[in-house]
Every structure is written in C-alpha cells, then in structure tokens.
Write a protein that binds this ligand. Structure first.
Ligand SMILES: Cc1cc2nc3c(=O)[nH]c(=O)nc-3n(C[C@H](O)[C@H](O)[C@H](O)COP(=O)(O)OP(=O)(O)OC[C@H]3O[C@@H](n4cnc5c(N)ncnc54)[C@H](O)[C@@H]3O)c2cc1C
Length: 295
C-alpha cells in the first residue's frame, strides 16, 4: 500500500475543507470494507484518507416532517438515514423495520455480521458497484442523496447519483451526508440472486415498489442491480403495469421487458443469457408477491 496522509475531522465543515484542499486526491473512509481492499490490491492509491467516523451529523436514522418533498402521502414524515448508518443498524432499526421492511430484506442478504457492523449505507452508495444491494431498493423507494460540499447542501434523486461503475455525481470536496426516503406509497421488495446463499454479491438484484388501489396499479418502480454499469430503472416495464389491473399477464409482460432492457455482461459470476433470465424470473416473482397473486 502507498503511504498516505490521514485525517480524522470532528465536524462536517472541517471534512469538506480537507477534501476540497486535496482537490480529488483524498478519499473518504467510512467502514473501509470496500476502500481498504482496493488500496491493498493497488487499485486505488489516494494521497490522503479522510476518516468520517467522528462526524455526528452523518449518524442516525430519524423522521422529519415532509416539508421539502412533494410526494404522495406528504402528510407522513420522511426518513433520513445518515451516511454512517451501518448495515446492521439499518436492519435493526425499528423505523426501517416498520416503514421500509424491504431495506431490512436487502441488508439481510449482505455480507456477514462482522462486515455489516463496519460497512455503511453511504459506503455502499459511494463505492458505486453495479452489484451494490442497497442501490436498487433505495431507488425503488424514490430516495434522494443529500450531498454536503463547499457550496453547502444539495439533493439529487438517487436514480441520478450513479454515473458508472465506481463513479457518482460527487464532485471534489463533496461527500454523501445522508439518504432521504419519502413515505412509502405501497409495498416494496428486494430480491437477490447469487450462487452462494451467504457472503456473496448479487448476480442479479431487483428492487420493486408499487402503489395499488383496488387491484389497479397507480405507480410502479422496477430497478435492476448487477446487470448494467449503474442501477437500472426500467421505465418501459413500469409503463406496462401502470394504469391497469395488477394481473399475472401484465406482470409477465413487465418481467420480459425488464429482461430485454437489462445490459448484463458475461463474467465468471454469470453469462449474459443467464442474468437476463434471472431478471425475468425475479421481476415476475417479486411483482407476483407484491400483488398477492396466487401462482
Ligand atoms: C466480505 C465482504 C462481503 C460483502 N458483501 C456485500 C454484499 O453482499 N452486498 C454489497 O452490496 N456489498 C458487499 N460488500 C461490499 C461492502 O461491504 C459494502 O459496499 C459497504 O456498504 C461499503 O461501506 P463502507 O462503509 O465499508 O465503505 P468504505 O470502504 O469506507 O468506502 C467505499 C467507497 O465509498 C466512499 N465513501 C464512503 N462513505 C462516503 C461518504 N459518506 N461520502 C463520500 N464518499 C464515501 C469511499 O471513499 C470509498 O470510495 C462486501 C464486502 C466484503 C469485504
């Protein structure tokens, strides 16, 4: 590993100042479960490391009144999930369990208890691996990224946060402060397929959310992980569902469209045809469960 300068700021403005001063040559470290592997493997050699673990502003899960977001159920609170929230804190949080159980499902599929106690929600987003498990489900839940930087705070829909493998919209001096999730509009689900049941990254991950009223689908979000350079929202498949009955036929068509729209690569973890097939299977399975449809 290359030598590097180490900083451990106590406040957010201090962290932003250090990052800005290094003009892209400094890296944030949170849990270190992705970053340290890359540094040890020689894939990253930052000149400085900024440990953000002491930043109280980035901790905790809280609910606040919904004054900023114009969303359905606007009278219900929005949920803020600090970037330093560990995967274990996420899956154990009473707020998350009650309001967004699909996030718990996603966290449950990830890594081991040891890793989950170190790994953070912010790290999972900012590492921007196409297979990151939390990305598809947070996008399905219509979450936004709250970014802190030299110019203050800005919000970006999480759907627009990822720009390529390992790349996000974060600019020099910026860091992810939290994710904001609007009130859920209906049921949601995360399904993951990987060759091993435990301690394996996704070959395909699917985040799904739908708003159903009297058997009619009012809105739907279908987001695929590990089958494109960034988490992929499949609007063409969503359109197949919206405005009509949430029937087995429509679900089947949506699942087939999702498989067509996926842009998987061949690698040791799965061939293109296999990943496409698994997209179809998981989307169909997930939507069928959301709709409570008998098989
Ligand atoms: C054995 C093992 C199993 C794993 N299993 C899974 C799995 O099943 N699913 C999965 O999705 N991942 C898995 N991972 C990957 C990893 O644990 C997660 O992506 C984790 O959430 C990363 O969080 P971290 O805090 O450790 O990130 P770090 O390693 O600290 O950081 C990752 C990247 O994000 C940047 N960063 C971190 N926080 C911020 C911030 N707030 N603002 C700006 N930049 C930031 C860092 O600079 C770095 O580039 C696994 C890793 C290991 C080692």
């Amino acid at each position: 590993m290359q030598p590097f300068d180490y900083f451990s700021p106590k406040t957010l403005p201090e962290a932003v100042e250090i990052l800005s001063r290094h003009n892209g040559d400094a890296r944030v470290v949170a849990g270190g479960t992705d970053l340290l592997l890359k540094m040890k493997g020689g894939r990253l050699a930052p000149k400085a490391i900024v440990n953000i673990k002491r930043l109280a502003e980035l901790r905790g899960i809280s609910e606040t009144s919904n004054s900023k977001l114009q969303t359905p159920n606007y009278h219900l609170p929005i949920t803020t999930i600090g970037a330093l929230t560990t995967l274990e804190e996420l899956r154990r949080s009473p707020i998350i369990r009650e309001r967004y159980p699909s996030l718990c499902d996603a966290a449950n599929t990830m890594a081991s208890v040891q890793i989950r106690n170190l790994a953070t929600v912010g790290g999972n987003m900012c590492n921007a691996a196409p297979s990151a498990d939390l990305a598809p489900i947070f996008i399905a839940l219509d979450a936004s990224a709250v970014i802190a930087g030299p110019g203050g705070e800005r919000r970006v829909p999480l759907e627009e946060f990822f720009v390529g493998p390992g790349k996000t919209v974060l600019e020099s001096g910026e860091l992810l402060a939290s994710l904001e999730a609007p009130p859920p509009v209906g049921p949601s689900l995360y399904l993951k397929h990987s060759p091993r049941a435990h301690m394996d990254i996704a070959v395909v991950g699917v985040g799904l959310a739908a708003q159903l009223s009297g058997g009619v689908c009012e809105s739907a979000r279908i987001v695929l992980g590990a089958v494109a350079p960034v988490p992929l929202r499949v609007r063409r498949a969503e359109a197949e569902l919206i405005g009509g009955p949430f029937s087995a036929e429509r679900i089947d068509r949506a699942a087939k469209i999702a498989a067509e729209e996926a842009q998987p690569i061949d690698d040791v973890r799965g061939a293109v045809w296999y990943r496409r097939k698994m997209v179809e299977v998981l989307v169909r399975r997930g939507l069928t469960a959301i709709g409570g449809i008998e098989n």
